[in-house]
Structures are given as C-alpha cells and as structure tokens.
Design a protein around this ligand. Structure first.
Ligand SMILES: [Zn+2]
Length: 77
C-alpha cells in the first residue's frame, strides 16, 4: 500500500499512542496502526475505529481504570 497523502511506499505497522480527549483530560491509548514513515499519516481500519469509539465511550462512562502519567501545564499569566 502507498500513503494517500504523500504517495510514499514506506508504510509500516507501528505501535503508537493515540490521544483521546475527555473533557480537560487526555487518555493515552497504545494501539497498533499502519503509519506512513514519510509524513506520519496514520491509517485506521474499521476494527480499530470501533475499538477507539468503544474506548472513548468507556472513558466517558468511567468504565476504564486509568492512572495519571503526567501533568498538563500552561504558562501562568
Ligand atoms: Zn505519507
């Protein structure tokens, strides 16, 4: 397969961290997707889309065990 964005043939299955936003919070979910090594475009198949939707729903309903890994900071005025 070729990347539809940059036409590069260098696409690989990679473990990446998907960020799911939930209110003010960000949940980092490790997933394996096809990534373009040239431009970084990620390709999600149907199964992965469903998995992410399901994960989003679980996070929204607080049905997933989560632990903090860092802080989100912004400059003080
Ligand atoms: Zn690309």
């Amino acid at each position: 397969m070729k990347c539809v964005i940059c036409n590069s043939p260098h696409v690989e299955n990679k473990l990446v961290e998907e960020e799911i936003h939930s209110g003010q919070d960000i949940v980092i979910v490790p997933i394996e997707v096809v990534v373009c090594m040239n431009c970084g475009e990620r390709y999600y198949d149907r199964r992965m889309m469903r998995f992410l939707e399901e994960t989003e729903r679980k996070i929204a309903n607080k049905q997933m065990n989560l632990s903090p890994v860092g802080k989100v900071l912004r400059p003080t005025a």
